[in-house]
Write a protein that binds this ligand. Structure first.
Ligand SMILES: NC(=O)c1ccc[n+]([C@@H]2O[C@H](COP(=O)([O-])OP(=O)(O)OC[C@H]3O[C@@H](n4cnc5c(N)ncnc54)[C@H](OP(=O)(O)O)[C@@H]3O)[C@@H](O)[C@H]2O)c1
Length: 299
């Protein structure tokens, strides 16, 4: 199967390329059902699209790529992911996340490829008292969230949308890496305790998405590592995993962040993986398990 992966320089897409080639990404120990599925599936012909090859905002160049490569499936992971940067430049955010996705959807339509779009917990406002299910009303607080939701609107019926949260992988900058670096540099660690979510490691997410994509399963799916916690909880786990005393991490409210962040974040980012459950599919392991494996491979 010919699979095109956009955003190939990114942390999730790098692990997707491994999983689609039937290779376990770094930090996947083969223990979960999804790791086992990846090891036994036929390797795909993976075509990786990087921003240096094509800026997805350009319609003509995106359509050219689809015509030249004619993929059967496209996993669209490219996005402007700098949440505060999106607030500063909404024009670019909507161009990349909205129009870019429109272009990918059109290219895929022209060659009959199935689209899997990677979306986000930030499409919700975080005011719910319970975890969000796939059919809950969206109401993004930030430009990033609104522009990613715009991308969802661009897809044809029958596409797949995978909403995930708090993504950390072995190959990229992310929260786990920042905390590890700060801990190793002996910096003070003050971390917000009033935003809850489910940290999701790319080694687990990529394997599930690779199977979902090659099976061409349509619809919206919430896909996260299980269990939830605050950023403070995650930071404590990172410090403990690095052999340190988690007691050195100090909890603070978002309002105490200095400097304050440009983009508002949902207080409740927890996504219930209801569609996977309803289909009887195995969920990803708890985030603590995924994070411990990630820390073993994080350089
Ligand atoms: N990170 C999270 O916590 C999180 C949470 C929920 C959902 N998601 C979603 O998951 C997906 C993958 O996230 P990630 O953390 O792996 O992101 P990432 O590491 O930032 O990778 C995104 C990739 O998109 C590429 N890109 C950006 N603008 C582009 C453009 N105009 N044309 C072509 N490529 C472009 C980037 O290339 P350059 O680096 O060369 O600019 C980068 O390689 C994204 O769709 C994101 O919205 C992420």
């Amino acid at each position: 199967m010919k699979v095109l992966v956009t955003g190939a320089g990114g942390q999730l897409a790098s692990d997707l390329a491994d999983a689609l080639a039937s290779t376990l990404p770094p930090g996947a120990d083969g223990g979960s059902a999804w790791h086992r599925r990846v090891k036994t599936m036929s390797p795909c012909d993976v075509m990786e699209l990087r921003e240096e090859d094509v800026d997805i905002v350009g319609r003509a160049s995106v359509l050219q790529v689809f015509e030249a490569l004619s993929p059967e499936v496209v996993i669209h992971a490219a996005a402007m992911t700098n949440v505060d940067g999106c607030e500063a430049d909404p024009g670019r955010a909507f161009a990349v996340n909205g129009i870019g996705t429109r272009n990918i959807a059109e290219g895929a339509r022209r060659c009959g490829a199935h689209v899997v779009y990677i979306s986000t917990d930030y499409v919700f406002d975080g005011t719910s008292e319970r975890p969000y299910v796939e059919w809950d009303r969206t109401n993004p607080l930030s430009v990033y969230g609104r522009s990613k939701l715009a991308g969802e609107f661009e897809l044809d019926p029958g596409s797949s949308v995978v909403r995930t949260s708090w993504v950390c992988g072995a190959r990229g900058s992310n929260f786990a890496r920042s905390i590890k670096n700060a801990y190793e540099a002996g910096k003070p660690l003050k971390v917000v305790d009033d935003q809850r979510g489910s940290l999701t490691v790319t080694a687990d997410l990529a394997c599930l998405v690779a199977v979902l994509a090659t099976d061409r399963l349509p619809g919206v799916f919430h896909v996260t590592n299980q269990d939830s916690g605050s950023w403070f909880d995650v930071a404590r786990h990172v410090v403990a995993g690095c052999g340190g005393d988690p007691g050195i991490v100090e909890p603070i409210p978002t309002s105490a962040l200095d400097p304050p962040r440009a983009a508002p974040r949902p207080a409740n980012s927890v996504l219930e993986n209801r569609a996977l459950q309803a289909l009887g599919m195995e969920l990803l392991p708890p985030w603590q398990d995924g994070l411990s494996r990630l820390l073993e491979v994080l350089d």
